[in-house]
Design a protein. Sequence first.
Length: 175
Amino acid sequence: MDTTNTQKWSWIIGTVLGVIIIILIGWLIARHRSASPVVGEMVNATSTATTTADSNTGADTGANAATRAPAETISGAAVSAKDQKPGNTVEIAAVTLPQRGWVAVQDSKGCTLGAALVQAGTSSTTIPLLRNTVAGDAYKVVLYIDNGNGAFDLHGDTLVDGPDGMPVSASFLAK
């Protein structure tokens, strides 16, 4: 009789522990997924070759425009990019920022393909991409001010707006 009771309690305790472990694993997986950053923001690409803070003509008209990164008007910020061959990098001819920030490449759907950290001042840079640009497609480069952590964060870094309230950006074609 004691053996049957002991086996019964062992089975119950084992089952309860198994259920608890499964619940904990599920919770950890769900927590990890919710902490993953979302990459992609909708911005309508234009066909201009160079845009600065003083003559920005791009418009934030994408489907997710309401969820864009926090923005700040930065005087003197500028970026330029020329049409270039398709590939896994994008050459930025010139970028000017008054403080450390990011220059990011977006496809015509507004998805961010890659970003490069740039120091304050004017410089040129090469941006490594998560996927290649495609011949004939339009792309946009936009500027962000780093939030201080040194890692690109689409929704945590501050999008740079020009005096007209539009993101400082430049568009180019992959030819």
